[in-house]
Write a protein that binds this ligand. Structure first.
Ligand SMILES: Nc1ncnc2c1ncn2[C@@H]1O[C@H](COP(=O)(O)OP(=O)(O)OP(=O)(O)O)[C@@H](O)[C@H]1O
Ligand SMILES: [Mg+2]
Length: 272
């Protein structure tokens, strides 16, 4: 790994520039995706099932290779360094950690052992101190002394986020942290994500289907459909956008139309 270069104040900490992603050499999933995440902010990536959100995070984290996928065009920079050509462990070492969909904790290890795994890239002797820091954010994890497999879904999500904190990252990408959680727990987990961002200054990219919570937590949002960004804007712009309200914030059961079918929707030039 090379030394990270100093960022200009106005440069985003993460910059995805016009990437395409292909699985198995033929299945094109992302079609020219560009996303900027400013340092210290929470940015959310929203979109329906199959849009390509997890693929975007895997491209960032160097995890496509394990699924026979690759970034076939464009580039991704983190802290001024190109990362789409790096492997997953180098990306973690550069300070970018991903909490994957489905949590992926180690079920037959204890909470503390799982947390220590998150610190595998560190050799600074402050691991125990950081375990206490994680327990401060997630006090109920401290009470769970058995195997992680016996934790509830919400507790496993907390453990997955705690494990990310153990790497002392500059940025965390979270893939659907609200998945499978009760409304009360979703609120709690999002509250903690905001608190971590505020107190630790950790930049977050939050992939979500739960647009209500994600947009409230975020400074800026992108909406992805069928492998393309169809809309982006500040929290206020998106919360007040009529189409976003109808399709993402309504919470109704009506079959959701696509932005592509809307007359009012004009794709912005920069995405063409
Ligand atoms: N390893 C893979 N090989 C081939 N196709 C894949 C692979 N992973 C994902 N895809 C396809 O890529 C598309 C995008 O998938 P992705 O998981 O990125 O979507 P998503 O937006 O995260 O959806 P969800 O909200 O359901 O998690 C889907 O059509 C999916 O079938
Ligand atoms: Mg996904």
């Amino acid at each position: 790994m090379t030394q990270a270069v100093q960022l200009k104040p106005e440069s985003p900490i993460l910059s995805i520039n016009n990437i395409e992603v292909v699985y198995d050499d033929v299945i094109q999933v992302l079609r020219g995706v560009s996303i900027d995440v400013p340092q210290g902010e929470i940015v959310t990536l929203l979109g329906p099932n199959g849009a390509g959100k997890s693929t975007t995070l895997k491209a960032i984290s160097g995890l496509l290779k394990t699924e026979n996928g690759e970034v076939s065009r464009g580039d991704i920079h983190f802290m001024g360094e190109r990362i789409d050509t790096q492997n997953a462990s180098d990306v973690v070492r550069s300070g970018l950690f991903q909490v994957m969909e489905g949590r992926r904790i180690i079920e037959d290890m204890s909470v503390i052992e799982n947390l220590k795994l998150g610190a595998y890239t560190r050799h600074d002797g402050q691991v125990n101190q950081d375990i206490e820091m994680v327990f401060n954010y997630f006090p109920r994890l401290k009470e769970r002394t058995g195997l992680a497999g016996y934790l509830s879904g919400g507790e496993q999500q907390m453990l997955a986020i705690g494990r990310a904190l153990m790497a002392r990252p500059k940025m965390i990408c979270l893939d659907e942290p609200s998945m499978g959680l009760s409304p009360l727990l979703v609120k709690e987990v999002f509250g903690i994500i905001e608190k971590i961002n505020r107190e630790q200054g950790i930049t977050m990219l939050l992939v979500e289907q739960n647009a209500n919570y994600a947009l409230k937590a975020a400074n800026y949002g992108y909406i992805m459909e069928s492998g393309k960004i169809v809309l982006d804007g500040s929290k206020a712009q998106l919360l007040n956008n009529e189409d976003v309200k109808e399709f993402y914030l309504g919470g109704g059961n009506e079959t959701r139309k696509s932005f592509k079918n809307l007359k009012s929707y004009k794709r912005r030039k920069r995405w063409l």
